[in-house]
Write a protein that binds this ligand. Structure first.
Ligand code: ZN
Ligand code: MN
Length: 500
């Protein structure tokens, strides 16, 4: 592991270029109510049902800050190693917002709630090398989400639409904006940053951070420069709604800028749209400068004073963060990949519960990352939705260990537990569905004797030294027991019968 960030260079026609990326990530908090009013934050309801005078900007309506949202924001800031401002306030960011009826967004400007943090990332480079990269967090501030515009027409975009509809349900949902320093030098690190931020947010429980539902969204500021030179002009890329899109867009944009510069052109500071289908970025609008927004303190809202005692209370509430969880799992013998899959896949609680119930960590991890993940994802269920507990996983592992279940039968039992949504534990599922291995000596002995008697030639071959031929006899015992014979015991009994 190297702690330094050796930048991957991009080759151009006229020499090497360095990529510089900074990310702005917006996270929707999953508080019960909106940022300034008591409206519900539920996703997916009928349009314009979660609205009131405050979140639709009616005259005379006054906002009140959501205390839970402020605490969630500070908690995430602490998880990212930020300092929490002792005093900060809200500003109005003025703009034409068709989906924000006030025509200004309440945001933070000169003093954000959280500042000067960092995120350490384990990154696998293109060459397969494992490195640790540190990305600075410039600021984390609070603001509010806008409503959603629905452009009706073939393209689904404003351009060429017949009409546009607006749903204000999302308007005023608490939103955090996390701005990184321009420390990212390759697409892999940008992707790792977004993934890690998502994992941290989920671990803290402040947002479900679902990219496909827009509860975490990412914009990338991309520029290129000659190694060692000052920062080049950047373009901001919008509409990156998956980790994969982020990687593709950054790669495309870097190459586009290099081509422009090498042809003697100039990069214009602008906002660009990522077209996922065509795999290109294209001009959306010239980038506004900060003075265009005419920020001024919102006179309707009081300052936020963060006492040190409150900050320390929050800090004490910080759970084990994903990086620490992965390190702990690796210490228990799991591979880096398994540890990452368990933490990112939301399987940590399941794993820890199973180990606490007495199961061996690596055996549990093999089940969690293999069959459990497979069956849950094909049923589109989380462990909680499936009613699957760590005790169930521990019981499955124990049933394999004591020979009651073969690995194959255990998979069927797991499917049964999930089918029953966890109401029937593994041992009972095995019994009810007749899935136990036949390891009862008497029963198995009878079958073994029959198989030995029916195959005298094979038995002779084995006695003559053809040891591999025993496989055929094991197969016959399995067939006779519909795959439920304990293979180890079958082998033992067959050998004893042949040698007799
Ligand atoms: Zn409202
Ligand atoms: Mn923002």
């Amino acid at each position: 592991m190297s702690a330094t960030s050796t930048a991957a260079l991009l080759e151009g026609e006229t020499g090497a270029w360095e990529l510089v990326v900074g990310l702005e990530v917006h996270v929707e908090l999953q508080t019960a109510t909106k940022m300034w009013c008591g409206c519900s934050t539920d996703f997916g309801g009928p349009a314009n049902t979660n609205v009131c005078p405050v979140c639709t900007g009616q005259p005379g309506a006054l906002p009140v800050a959501n205390e839970q949202a402020v605490a969630d924001a500070a908690l995430l800031g602490l998880a990212l190693g930020c300092d929490i401002a002792e005093v900060c306030r809200f500003h109005r960011k003025n703009y034409f917002y068709p989906d924000l009826a006030k025509n200004y967004q309440i945001s933070q400007y000169d003093v954000p709630l959280c500042h000067d943090g960092r995120l350490d990332l384990d990154v696998t480079t293109d060459e397969g090398e494992q490195v640790t990269r540190r990305v600075g967090i410039e600021r984390l501030h609070m603001e509010e989400d806008t409503g959603k515009s629905l452009h009706v027409g073939e393209s689904g975009r404003l351009h060429g639409a017949e009409k546009s509809l607006i749903d204000y349900n999302r308007c005023g949902i608490p939103l955090l904006e996390i701005v990184s320093d321009p420390d990212i030098r390759d697409p892999e690190t940008a992707q790792a940053y977004l993934r890690e931020l998502q994992a941290i947010v989920r671990t803290l429980g402040v947002s479900d951070a679902r990219m496909e539902e827009g509860s975490i969204r990412c914009d990338a500021n991309v520029s290129v420069r000659r190694p060692g030179e000052e920062l080049g002009t950047r373009c901001e890329i919008k509409n990156l709604n998956s980790v994969r899109s982020l990687g593709r867009a950054v790669r495309y944009e870097a190459r586009r800028q290099i081509d422009v510069l090498e042809a003697g052109g100039e990069i214009v500071m602008e906002t660009r749209h990522w077209d996922e289908g065509r795999g290109v970025t294209e001009t959306l609008r010239r980038k506004e400068s900060v003075t265009d927004y005419r920020y001024f303190p919102d006179p309707d809202l009081v300052e936020i004073h963060s006492s040190r005692a409150w900050v320390e209370q929050l800090r004490a509430r910080l759970p084990e963060l994903p990086a620490a969880s992965r390190a702990r799992l690796q210490q228990a013998g799991l591979s880096a990949e398994q540890a990452a899959t368990i933490v990112a896949g939301g399987l940590l609680a399941l794993h820890d519960e199973a180990v606490a119930a007495g199961a061996e960590p690596v055996a549990v991890a093999n089940w969690c990352t293999g069959e459990v993940t497979g069956q849950l994802s094909s049923a589109a269920l989380t462990p909680a939705e499936a009613g699957l507990t760590g005790a169930h996983v521990a019981e499955l592992v124990a049933l394999i260990d004591d020979g009651t279940l073969s690995t194959k039968l255990a998979k069927d039992v797991l499917a049964g537990v999930i089918e029953e949504r966890g109401a029937v534990p593994p041992a009972e599922v095995a019994e009810q569905r007749g899935l136990q291995q036949v390891s009862d000596e008497g029963e198995l002995q009878g079958i073994v004797d029959e198989v030995v008697a029916a195959n005298p030639e094979t038995v002779e071959a084995i006695r003559g030294g053809n040891d591999k031929a025993i496989g055929a006899l094991v197969g016959q015992v399995m067939k006779a027991t519909r795959g439920q014979a304990d293979p180890k015991k079958t082998n033992e009994l067959l050998r004893a019968a042949i040698e007799a």
